[in-house]
Structure formats: structure tokens, C-alpha cells
Ligand binder design. Structure first.
Ligand code: GLN
Length: 238
């Protein structure tokens, strides 16, 4: 049974990121896997799931979620044990070392990855397009934070459109998110997996520890149409 946990959707569900669980479940079920989606709230233990999802949220709920997760201290362990983690926006910021919320307050993150988020000079709102290896990731960003990755961390991708982590640190070009093993962080909402079926399959493949048979769905057409709309890079896709 593939278990997918949506962590604190009541706090980190402002941007429809819970849809990432639905996409993963649908793509796994179509290939014959049994799937359970578990929604976890602040009072609950972190479930023993193969995929853990953190979404985006406003500063207040983001802090509440961070304190809840820090108290339980179980997320890092689950990830160490090999669970796949997708952390979007506020979720990405809170798995880092620290982040700054409105009013200049620094909040300790969970320290699962090395990343410091500070307030940018302006809020970044709009479409986002990121080169991730040989793939394009489309999404939508809405955040006030800019994130500097630690020296040993690798970004998820390179920005083509949008700000992503922002131009901070040593990266001459803007980057988005973080990728370390089974940890994926990004500023892309969407929900990002609905717009990027290839990314959903990468997560599934890691969690199920096997290669997956290809799956053609309407999501491929959505992905192509978002690529055309956001990046006007029709020539680059087949
Ligand atoms: N509160 C954070 C920020 O504004 C995260 C926002 C979000 O999750 N969309 O940077």
C-alpha cells in the first residue's frame, strides 16, 4: 500500500497544494497500486507514509506548522528513513535553517536542509518556469521570502521565468527550490504536480522504488499548454 500524507492541510493548504496528493494517488492507482491519502493535522503524529507533502501558506499558519513539526521532530527521521518529501513554498522555507516573516522576525526552521530565507524587497507573484534537468517545470509563485541555499545544497532547477529562490547567494542565475535525494523543495504552486506529470512520476518512482510504465493523460496536454503560455517555448517541446 502506498501511503501519501498531506501534512497540516488546514495550515498549509491555501494554494491548493493538497491537489498534489490527488495527482500522485490517481497516477499510482491507474498503474494498479493501492493508495491511501492521509491528512494529518497538528494534533496527529507524522504518519509512516512513503510520500510526505507540505504546501504553502501565510506567515502565521506557516509558523504554527513549523512549531508543530519541530515539537514532534519526526519529519526529519521519516525523510532520513527514505520517505519522499515534496515541500512547496512555505513548506520549502520551513524545512530550511530559518526564515523571516513580516515584521523582521526570524523563525527557526526544521534544519532538514541548509537554507536561509529572508524577506525580499518585493513580493514575487506570477508564473514560474524552471529547467529541471531535461524537463521544464511550470507553476505559479506567490511569496515574500528569498531563499539562499547552503553551500552544499543543490537547487531543484534553474529559473527561466519568475524569481524562484531569488537572486541571493553565489548563484549567478536565479534558481528554484532544493533537491537532495528524496527531498524536493520548490516555490511552485499549481498544484505543481497537476501541471507537471513527469515530476509526479519521479516522486512516485522514488517512493515505489521502481521504474513506472509511461502514462498518457490529459495532464500532458495541460503541461504543454502551460509551457506555451508561460515560456512561449513551443519549439522546444515535442
Ligand atoms: N509566507 C511565505 C512567504 O510569503 C510563504 C508563502 C507561500 O507559501 N506562498 O514567503
Amino acid at each position: 500500500m502506498l501511503k501519501i500524507a498531506v501534512l497540516y492541510p488546514e495550515l498549509l493548504g491555501t494554494y491548493g497544494d493538497g491537489g498534489n496528493a490527488l495527482v500522485l494517488a490517481a497516477r499510482a492507482r491507474r498503474r494498479g497500486f493501492d493508495v491511501e491519502i492521509i491528512e494529518t493535522s497538528l494534533e496527529d503524529e507524522i504518519p509512516d507514509a512513503q510520500i510526505l507533502l507540505l504546501g504553502g501558506g501565510e506567515d502565521g499558519p506557516q509558523r504554527q506548522a513549523t512549531y508543530g513539526l519541530a515539537k514532534k521532530n519526526a519529519l526529519a527521521k521519516r525523510v532520513d528513513d527514505g520517505a519522499v518529501l515534496l515541500a512547496v513554498c512555505a513548506g520549502f522555507q520551513l524545512i530550511g535553517s530559518s526564515y523571516e516573516v513580516e515584521g523582521g522576525i526570524q523563525v527557526d526552521g526544521l534544519g532538514i536542509i541548509e537554507a536561509v530565507t529572508t524577506r525580499g524587497t518585493k513580493r514575487r507573484v506570477g508564473d514560474l518556469l524552471t529547467r529541471v534537468g531535461s524537463q521544464w517545470m511550470v507553476g505559479f509563485e506567490n511569496h515574500g521570502g528569498e531563499t539562499e541555499l547552503g553551500l552544499h545544497e543543490v537547487p531543484l532547477g534553474i529559473m527561466e521565468v519568475g524569481a524562484g529562490n531569488g537572486r541571493v547567494g553565489d548563484h549567478s542565475q536565479a534558481v528554484d527550490g532544493v533537491r537532495r535525494g528524496s527531498i524536493f523543495g520548490t516555490y511552485a504552486h499549481g498544484p505543481v504536480l497537476a501541471q507537471n506529470p513527469w515530476l509526479a512520476d519521479e516522486l512516485l518512482s522514488l517512493a515505489l522504488e521502481r521504474e513506472l510504465e509511461p502514462l498518457q493523460t490529459i495532464a500532458d496536454a495541460l503541461h504543454r499548454s502551460r509551457l506555451r503560455a508561460v515560456g512561449d517555448i513551443q519549439g522546444e517541446i515535442s
